[in-house]
Write a protein that binds this ligand. Structure first.
Ligand code: ADP
Ligand code: MG
Length: 320
């Protein structure tokens, strides 16, 4: 897995998140850390930062001083009581007097489990430091938050993600086209885990990575195709729009419900549709989405949606 292969080992090789990395480096130099909360969206380096910090503190054998637990695997109170206690109680042998417990998805813990965790934190502060990882720090109870140093991770900027993906492509000797890189950003935003996984899936086809390949491995239609379909419908070309729709379903293997979501997204990005019409059409998209969820026939409903776009196009032209 490339996400593991290319995961930085040390804080100094982490990309961006500069303030966070600086603060963590100073902990590593001081050979001491407080309890921490790493909060932020997925794929931005939270787990990586925790592992790098441990590596820089303990050296190559850092795994011996570390435990990774996923709070949502067995999110009950018992995990915290048993596993954490057993781990936290035993002193480590090395020069640093504490171990590190990384608790991933801590925001999925029930508040009872968090209360138990808080008591454990108090009892074992001498022998164990916690790094809580969460998407939303707001879901962590206040008594825990107040005992932790907070770190807020943000999505990586486009240029950092692009540079990282280019670097991986070069080392793996895969040809990554500019359009392919665009498509990966379009689909993954700044979620680097998703971006790397998408790159690897696309590379596994053994061809240069184009936007078409990216969209097909991810099971999404090319947004340009979606726009073209909307445009065709609004120009009154029902057959053309329906053919485009079928083509997308076949070519990219997209589910009807996913196309609906993409139509919704592209609708708001199309500059030549007046605001009022976007609102009306968004309402139509919502209605069709609901019908599909309720089990209505996909092909019939998607045609019905195209009909709404055609209707809108006619009325728009009439009113000038
Ligand atoms: N800031 C970063 N610097 C370097 N690599 C990163 C960074 N953020 C994410 N990655 C890469 O993306 C993958 C997922 O990162 P991870 O730390 O697991 O994200 P999460 O924030 O979800 O814990 C890792 O393999 C890592 O290589
Ligand atoms: Mg993680």
């Amino acid at each position: 897995m490339w996400v593991e292969k290319y995961r930085p080992r040390s804080l100094k090789s982490m990309v961006n998140q500069k303030d966070i990395v600086e603060r963590l480096k100073s902990f590593a130099e001081a050979r001491n850390i407080p309890h921490c909360i790493f909060a932020g969206p997925p794929g931005t380096g939270k787990t990586t930062a925790a592992l790098c910090l441990a590596h820089d503190l303990y050296g190559e054998a850092y795994r011996e001083h570390l435990m990774e637990l996923n709070a949502s695997d067995e999110r009950g109170i018992n995990v915290v009581r048993q596993t954490v206690k057993t781990f936290a109680r035993v002193r480590t042998l090395g020069e640093i007097p504490f171990k590190i417990l990384i608790l991933d998805e801590a925001d999925n813990m029930t508040s009872d489990a968090q209360q138990a965790l808080r008591r454990t934190m108090e009892r074992f502060t001498g022998t164990c430091r916690l790094i809580l990882i969460a998407n939303y720090s707001g879901k962590i109870i206040e008594p825990i938050q107040s005992r932790c140093a907070p770190f807020r991770f943000t999505y990586l900027p486009r240029e950092d993600q692009d540079a990282y993906l280019r670097h991986i492509s070069e080392s793996e000797k895969v040809q990554l086209e500019a359009e392919g890189l665009n498509a990966i950003y379009e689909v993954c935003g700044g979620d680097l885990r998703r971006a790397i996984n998408t790159l690897q899936a696309a590379a596994s086809l053994g061809k240069p990575i184009s936007n078409e390949i990216v969209y097909s491995v991810i099971g999404r239609a090319n947004p340009l195709d979606v726009r073209e379909m909307i445009q065709l419908a609004m120009n009154g070309n029902f057959i053309g729009a329906r053919d485009k729709l079928r083509e997308m379903i076949v070519k990219y293997g997209v589910a009807g419900s996913d196309i609906i979501r993409q139509i919704h997204r592209e609708l708001f990005r199309m500059r030549d549709i007046p605001e009022l019409w976007k609102v009306k059409l968004a309402d139509a998209v919502g209605e069709i989405d609901y019908r599909l969820i309720s089990g209505a026939d996909e092909e019939v409903q998607l045609s019905a949606l195209l009909a709404r776009f055609i209707e809108a196009g006619i009325t728009m032209r009439r009113s000038g």
